[in-house]
Design a protein around this ligand. Structure first.
Ligand SMILES: C[S@@+](CC[C@H](N)C(=O)[O-])C[C@H]1O[C@@H](n2cnc3c(N)ncnc32)[C@H](O)[C@@H]1O
Length: 249
């Protein structure tokens, strides 16, 4: 089994870009605090955010500020998303934390601007996160934000999931808006150990995507996929997750 970050003492080996690992950045290289006024956490969502992030709520606010500023500037987020960053993106992703087992090693495939990977890393300091993202600019942004937030439970890996992850043997893979379930399964399921699970954030198409993915589901999973809703107790719009359990190795 591949050694896990934090256990091996070789955490830097997960990062394929020389000289760019976030752990190696000096404080002086970290981004200046964002200059643009960040979107306020809406009062009606404060309780949910407080419950989900706890001690990390300040860091979550700083993350949202990054999304609204450099996230837009660098083209990771559309400017129209700013007013709904909290509800539609950050909290919507963070509620998936309820489905992540204690102490899990989690790979977030196609992290983009850290959705859901960074939201979950903030909400779940007991877990370790690998953010897998092929695009250089996005990886650079993720490294910058991880360093600024001081997140010690995150490693950013540059590459495509099918190239970087074969022996990671993680407990959970997460993915949002990467591809339909049929194409997502071959990208994500090989990263899992025999008892692991894919948590794919989906919308109303969840049942259709499951129907279209019958063949890869037979290959990678021995059980029926589940459609779950999370966050219905704290958010106006809950999050739909397709959970696929890996076939035992
Ligand atoms: C539409 S974006 C979604 C980003 C983020 N998950 C979100 O919900 O906002 C899809 C992301 O998946 C990444 N991606 C595409 N194919 C991938 C692959 N084979 N392995 C890992 N990431 C991939 C892209 O670079 C992109 O950042």
């Amino acid at each position: 089994m591949t050694e896990r970050p934090g256990q091996s003492g070789h955490e830097g080996s997960y990062d394929q870009r020389p000289g760019l690992h976030h752990d190696e950045r000096q404080a002086s290289e970290r981004p200046a605090p964002v200059g643009q006024e960040p979107p306020e956490l809406p009062a009606e969502l404060y309780e949910a955010a407080d419950q989900i992030f706890g001690d990390a709520l300040d860091a979550a606010q700083r993350y949202v500020a990054h999304l609204a500023d450099t996230g837009i500037e660098w083209g990771l987020i559309g400017p129209r998303e700013v007013p709904r960053l909290w509800e539609r993106h950050v909290l919507n992703c963070a509620v998936v934390a309820d489905l992540v087992p204690q102490g899990a090693l989690v790979a977030d495939v196609g992290s983009g601007a850290g959705l859901p990977g960074l939201c979950l890393a903030l909400a779940r300091p007991d877990c370790q996160f690998l953010l897998i993202e092929p695009l250089e600019r996005r990886v650079e942004w993720l490294d910058m934000v991880v360093a600024d937030l001081g997140l010690e439970n995150v490693d950013v890996i540059r590459g495509r999931a099918e190239q970087v992850g074969l022996n990671l043997d993680v407990d959970v893979v997460t993915a949002r808006a990467v591809s339909g379930l049929k194409s997502l399964l071959p990208l994500t399921m090989p990263l899992l150990g025999g008892r692991g699970q894919l948590l794919a954030i989906k919308g109303r198409s969840a049942a259709d995507e499951i129907a279209a993915a019958a063949k890869p589901l037979r290959k990678y999973s021995g059980a029926e996929p589940e459609i779950l809703t999370v966050g219905d107790d704290v958010l106006p719009q809950p999050t739909t997750v397709v959970r696929v359990t890996a076939r035992r190795k």
